[in-house]
Design a protein around this ligand. Structure first.
Ligand SMILES: NC(=O)c1ccc[n+]([C@@H]2O[C@H](COP(=O)([O-])OP(=O)(O)OC[C@H]3O[C@@H](n4cnc5c(N)ncnc54)[C@H](OP(=O)(O)O)[C@@H]3O)[C@@H](O)[C@H]2O)c1
Length: 265
């Protein structure tokens, strides 16, 4: 099969389109003919070598986690899927014609959702869900700020917050304000023109997918932080909760807990 892979960590030009053996599904695993692969920041962070400390890769490596496709083969002990089923979820090496995933990380693709759409759900969608509902315990009527509300994760956070009945405020560049409104944001802020910390107050949950200076400015809102970095350079996503259980926050701040959290996605 054809796959994109890299032999050494580095910039985008280490990626090569190559002929490689088709992977075999092990016990409890499913081989999927990939129709669409989602592309996420973690893919390039891993390729650049930023995640080596806690996610060392066997090289050469085929990047990609997000995907949607058709079941080609099931491994032993897989009862929930059969050849030909349309599925989506989180696998590994999804920048390829075929990829393997544990059956537990796959779900049937709804007919109304395209392969392209489904291939965005497992990383961006699940991260937003886990952050808002499992970590922040967002409730209807609360005021939610989503930093990066037009991004891969933030666009789901805006939609899920709206669906939950929260009052959603999103930040993005001017070109993406209408998009956030269309996704359900009640209020939008152009981060290039307005300092959010000057105009916002009484927030219940701040979901920060941007980090850096934004994270520093969140402090001005007076919240207790829960920090989950996606890479050691501090540019990862940052989830900041105003109303939360301190023990939960502490747990999220350790790298072990973060890995644990990643495994749930
Ligand atoms: N489980 C995890 O830990 C996990 C999972 C998924 C993602 N992540 C991390 O989360 C981060 C975001 O991922 P993503 O897929 O959403 O990335 P993305 O699609 O690139 O979106 C990032 C968004 O940030 C916005 N942005 C940039 N600067 C901003 C600022 N100063 N204020 C407000 N918004 C700003 C951009 O908006 P404009 O285009 O409008 O400028 C862009 O839409 C990445 O660091 C990724 O690695 C972590």
């Amino acid at each position: 099969m054809q796959a994109v892979r890299f032999h050494d960590y580095g910039p985008a030009d280490v990626l090569r389109l190559e002929e490689v053996p088709r992977p075999q599904p092990g016990d409890g695993e499913v081989l999927v003919r990939v129709h669409s692969a989602g592309v996420n920041p973690i893919d390039w962070k891993a390729r650049a070598g930023y995640l080596q400390a806690f996610m060392p890769l066997e090289l050469p490596h085929i990047p990609g986690f997000d995907f949607a496709g058709t079941v080609a083969e099931v491994g032993a002990a897989v009862l929930e899927f059969a050849q030909g089923d349309e599925v989506f979820g989180r696998g590994s090496g999804t920048y390829a014609e075929y990829a393997v995933a544990p059956a537990a990380t796959l779900a049937p693709k709804p007919a109304a959702v395209s392969f392209d759409q489904a291939a965005t759900l497992a990383v961006g969608g699940v991260t937003a869900w886990a952050g808002l509902f499992e970590a922040a315990k967002l409730e209807a009527g609360q005021r939610l700020l989503v930093h990066g509300g037009a991004g891969g994760v933030g666009s789901f956070a805006v939609q899920l917050g709206h669906w939950k009945g929260a009052q959603v405020i999103g930040t993005a560049s001017a070109r993406n304000l209408d998009l956030m409104r269309a996704l359900g944001a009640d209020e939008v802020i152009d981060y290039g023109a307005v300092r959010f910390e000057d105009v916002l107050h009484d927030l219940d949950v701040v979901f920060d997918t941007v980090g850096g200076e934004v994270t520093g400015s969140n402090e001005a809102l007076g919240a207790d932080p829960a920090k989950v970095n996606a890479d050691p350079e501090g540019e990862g996503w940052f989830l900041k909760l105003r109303v939360t259980n301190p023990a939960e926050v502490e747990a999220l701040m350790t790298i072990d807990a973060y890995q644990e959290f990643l495994r749930t996605l």
